[in-house]
Design a protein around this ligand. Structure first.
Ligand SMILES: Nc1nc2c(c(=O)[nH]1)N[C@H]1C(S)=C(S)[C@@H](COP(=O)(O)O)O[C@H]1N2
Ligand SMILES: [Mo]
Length: 341
């Protein structure tokens, strides 16, 4: 029995337009003359380095799955082919001490992610070289990327060049730097770890109306008066500004990925060059707001609550350039285009 499509979309996710696969995070691997290879090291009996050709000559597995990005976009029925992690590790020999697996990319920031080893094996983690019957393109992580089903897509590292088995966990790039949840189960909405900022600090900061350059992930600033807030270059992933007065606020260059602006007053707010991936603007007043240079993949301007449409207030004074709104979900794009006339 197959699951109906609408039951395959986890909470808070929307489908991308057909054929539109966004590029998230790093866009290219490190440039080197060294041919691509895959190293298997750590708690294994036989550490080994496989060339791309050797990897391709191993028994291949093909799996069709759904992709869910933490910035709220999903894609159904994507087919990846490659070698199962389980099969690769069986060749290398898993030592009994091995409890975690770390995937490392050939990229500038040594991008990595990790999983509990049993989980990685049970989820049929694939060391993939093909997508939908073609080699994976460079921008999407080719020639080799690991693919972890049923977890947010940040567990699937692009340009994979090393698999290391560990006795203790080693947090990956997003998990350590951005507070992304280490379990990452989309059906449980495990997007972020618990906030690190305590209640007293956040109340004091709300008082000063100066968030500039601060790391304030998941801060609760809902239902507040923050008119004229200075949040220049602040890190505000997952921040809650629901119902807050932010008229004239300056969010220039801020990271507002997955921020909640539901019913917020954003009259004349400045978002120039801000990261707004997955942000929610449903019901917000966006008259005079400036979205020049923003990234809006996965962002929402309209939602439905008990069948009632809750849309953002957008008019000709809202600056939403065509390049900013191009990657919106079809329904969101339709709403924005209708609102701006
Ligand atoms: N090397 C590397 N791998 C990465 C990332 C990255 O920045 N660098 N971003 C992750 C995130 S957050 C996502 S959602 C997916 C995006 O893959 P895509 O660009 O092919 O859509 O890659 C993941 N793997
Ligand atoms: Mo992501």
């Amino acid at each position: 029995m197959t699951t109906p499509r609408e039951n395959r979309i986890p909470p808070g996710q929307q489908l991308v337009a057909p054929g539109k696969w966004p590029i998230i995070g790093e866009r290219l691997p490190t440039e080197t003359d060294t041919p691509w290879s895959l190293r298997i090291k750590g708690e294994v009996d036989n550490p080994v380095t496989l060339s791309l050709e050797e990897l391709r000559s191993l028994p291949q597995t093909t799996r069709t799955m759904d992709i869910h990005c933490v910035t709220r976009w999903s894609m159904l029925d994507v087919t990846f082919s490659g070698v199962l992690l389980k099969d690769l590790l069986a060749k290398a020999g898993i030592k009994p001490e091995a409890k975690f697996v770390s995937f490392l990319a050939r990229s500038k920031r040594n991008h990595a992610t990790s999983l509990n080893l049993d989980t990685a094996i049970n989820l049929n983690t694939l060391i993939a070289t093909e997508v939908n019957g073609e080699p994976i393109t460079t921008t999407h992580g080719g020639p080799i990327r690991n693919i972890v089903e049923s977890r947010y897509f940040y567990k699937s590292v692009k340009w994979l060049e090393q698999i290391e088995l560990l006795t203790a966990d080693r947090l990956g790039f997003w998990e350590a730097e951005s507070g992304y949840h280490n379990q990452a189960d989309p059906w449980k909405e495990q997007r972020y770890m618990a906030p690190t900022i305590d209640r007293r600090t956040s109340l004091r900061l709300i008082e000063t109306r100066d968030f500039s350059n601060r790391e304030l992930r998941s801060i609760d600033a809902s239902q507040r008066n923050l008119a004229g807030l200075n949040a220049h270059s602040a890190s505000l992933r997952d921040a809650n500004f629901s119902g807050t007065d932010l008229s004239g606020a300056d969010f220039t260059n801020a990271n507002l990925s997955n921020a909640h602006f539901h019913n917020a007053n954003l009259f004349n707010a400045l978002f120039a060059d801000a990261d707004l991936e997955g942000a929610d603007f449903s019901g917000a007043d966006l008259r005079g707001a400036d979205f020049t240079g923003t990234s809006l993949i996965g962002a929402s301007f309209v939602s439905h609550q008990q069948g009632i449409e809750v849309g953002a207030k957008i008019d000709e004074t809202t600056q939403l350039p065509p390049s900013a709104i191009a990657p919106l979900f079809p329904e969101q794009l339709h709403y924005v285009n209708k609102a701006t006339g």
